[in-house]
Ligand binder design. Structure first.
Ligand SMILES: Nc1ncnc2c1ncn2[C@@H]1O[C@H](COP(=O)(O)OP(=O)(O)OP(=O)(O)O)[C@@H](O)[C@H]1O
Ligand SMILES: [Mg+2]
Length: 298
């Protein structure tokens, strides 16, 4: 479901509508569908007001309902987008939402504005790309409550990406600055650049490759992390030749049993791009030794 629909619905929602959506959402932590009594209690709305709101939300197609054993409701992803957006608008993080930067299967990424006029990146995560091993601990929790798994997994992915860029940013590694997150929405700073894949012709491709490997090294040696989806689409390059590594929800830590294989795969991905487009040949084993600190030069 794309964010376009959510942005059409968002301005039509009033305070009371949000109260009802938040009440349904809360009830969904223990129910597939939140019974109407719960919604009434959690929203604090009177019967008449509540039934008006439920009819409106149903018409706007942001809730699902079930009749038996009693009227019960669930929110859909449009409602979830609106709830997340509303929270960050209310807390003053987001002033306005602009044009889409990317709309994919796994996320919708939009440009935004902060209250002081800075450009923001709003990333709505759609599904978790978190490896099975990493979520195994949480799996049983999800299975018990698999009705909330999409809410839960998107939220987990946004939180994970927020945590990743927070620790990396603190270390001065070239990632977007984390600003806030709410539910499945991650807000970070905008980097004025384009994907490595779409850069026409780099002036100094060797330097860009070396810069990327330096960052990968710092990520591994200082933050004990591996990106796990490093490729020419997740590295942005500015017109001055600065880089920014984005898209972190699937990262793993260096204690992961397959850590070195994933690290090697990341390096291979980047290396094969530079080989194809710029005829630069990188020795993968040497690069791995460099990135892991076994050698101090490439
Ligand atoms: N901080 C940023 N600054 C500028 N542009 C960004 C930033 N973050 C993301 N983008 C843009 O949005 C695109 C998608 O972001 P990202 O790679 O984080 O998500 P994704 O999960 O790969 O999304 P999709 O599934 O849509 O490909 C990027 O390729 C880039 O064009
Ligand atoms: Mg990406």
């Amino acid at each position: 479901m794309s964010l376009r629909l959510s942005l059409k619905v968002y301005p039509r929602l009033e305070d009371e509508d949000f109260k009802v959506l938040a009440a349904i959402e809360l009830g969904m932590s223990s129910h597939a569908y939140t019974p109407i009594d719960y919604v009434a209690k959690l929203s604090g709305l009177h019967e008449k007001e509540l039934s008006y709101r439920l009819r409106k939300l149903n018409k706007l197609k942001v809730i699902l309902s079930s009749r038996s054993p009693q009227p019960s409701f669930a929110i859909n992803s449009i409602a979830y987008d609106c709830l997340a957006l509303r929270s960050l608008v209310k807390s003053g993080v987001i002033e306005a939402i602009g044009s889409p930067l990317a709309e994919g299967k796994e996320s919708d990424v939009y440009l935004g504005l902060s209250s002081d006029g800075a450009k923001l990146v709003l990333k709505f995560l759609r599904i978790g790309r978190i490896s099975f091993r990493q979520t195994r601990r949480l799996r049983s929790y999800i299975e018990q409550r698999d009705h909330i798994s999409w809410l839960y997994q998107c939220r987990l992915a946004a939180f994970k990406e927020y945590e990743a860029i927070s620790s990396l940013y603190k270390l001065g590694i070239k990632v977007p600055k984390p600003i806030a997150y709410n539910r499945h929405l991650l807000v970070s700073s905008f980097f004025d650049g384009i994907e490595l894949a779409f850069c026409r012709e780099l002036e100094q491709p060797d330097k860009i490759l070396a810069d990327i490997l330096d960052e990968v090294r710092r990520v591994y040696m200082e933050a004990y992390m591996i990106h796990c989806d490093l490729n020419q689409y997740n590295v942005l390059v500015s017109s001055e030749g600065d880089i920014c590594i984005i898209d972190w929800p699937q990262y793993i830590t260096s204690s992961h049993p397959e850590a070195l294989n994933y690290l090697k795969r990341d390096i291979r991905n980047i290396s094969s791009f530079f080989r194809r487009k710029y005829d630069i040949h990188l020795d993968i084993d040497r690069a791995v030794n460099y990135v892991t600190g076994l050698s101090s030069t490439l």
